[in-house]
Design a protein around this ligand. Structure first.
Ligand code: NDP
Length: 250
């Protein structure tokens, strides 16, 4: 709230839907120039119509060639990147067996973003940027403590999603350690329960099994709004409170 991002450039993957769209709006309202690389360019242009300081490009995180091409186009402009929010994601459930859905989850939710940040590095380093990686409360279940031992617990049906999101936490924490001397910081954030188009990937039965929906399709769960999710992203991307913190995620 009240932040001034004039002169700053932000890149928000998937910044035209759900949480990413709310983040794009908040960053643009604070004066940042926002680059939104989109898998569906026309849809992005439609969703972002009328927003000042927002630029749409193309990116399919599941295709390394597309990631390279977008990074190349961006670097060719010679601009610095001050904020990179690796927001795009999919949640295919259940996709626990090797196959297209399983691969897409790892590629989109983790590997594509890892490659993207790596390829954008010269611009991020020049901008002394901040990278915010999207994890999820669904990256694992709450651990159980027994005596002095902590037992980690996972999800059966969300195993691939949870693993890719856990990889994002570790990506951010390690990147933060690796890049700190260059003035670059990285954080991971864990939104939870936000009703967005992401849930379209979930089967109705899964929504019912989670207690999020009744058999007739009525939403039962109290979801947060995309704006509340975006507030955490933007806070992690901009708050000076995090300047002195080490290896954290929030
Ligand atoms: P949405 O489905 O609303 O937005 C996801 C965005 O990612 C869309 O713009 C989508 O583009 C884009 N995307 C998907 N696949 C690709 C790809 N291969 N290449 C480029 N872009 C792609 O989801 P949310 O706003 O809910 O989710 C945003 C992030 O927050 C995700 O990483 C998600 O895992 C995470 N999250 C969400 C939670 C929730 O409850 N909603 C909870 C915890 C974490 P397109 O529309 O063209 O498919």
């Amino acid at each position: 709230r009240g932040i001034d991002l004039s002169g700053k450039l932000a890149i928000v993957t998937g910044g035209y839907s759900g949480i990413g769209l709310a983040a794009t709006r908040a960053l643009a309202a604070a004066g940042a120039h926002v680059v939104v690389p989109a898998r569906r360019r026309a849809a992005a242009e439609e969703a972002l119509k009328g927003l000042d300081g927002v630029e749409v490009d193309e990116l399919d995180l599941g295709d390394l060639g597309s990631v390279r091409a977008f990074a190349g186009r961006f670097l060719a402009t010679g601009r610095d990147a001050h904020l990179v929010i690796t927001n795009a994601g999919i949640m295919a459930c259940p996709e626990t067996r090797v196959g297209p859905g399983w691969e897409a989850q790892f590629a989109t939710n983790h590997l594509g973003h890892h490659a993207l940040v790596n390829l954008l590095w010269p611009a991020v380093e020049r901008g002394r940027g901040r990278v915010v990686a999207l994890s999820s409360v669904g990256h694992r279940r709450s651990p159980i403590r027994w005596d002095d031992v902590m037992f980690e617990r996972g999800y059966d049906k969300w195993a691939a999603y949870g693993q890719a999101k856990t990889a994002n936490v570790l990506f951010a924490v390690h990147l933060d350690a690796l890049a700190r001397d260059a003035g670059v910081r990285a954080f991971a954030v864990h939104p939870g329960g936000i009703l967005t188009p992401l849930q379209r990937h979930l089967a109705r039965e899964e929504m019912v099994a989670q207690g999020w929906m009744d058999e007739r399709g009525n939403v039962l769960h109290t979801f947060k709004t995309p704006e509340q999710g975006a507030a955490t992203e933007v806070w992690a991307a901009t708050s000076p409170l995090l300047d002195g913190m080490g290896g954290v995620y929030c």
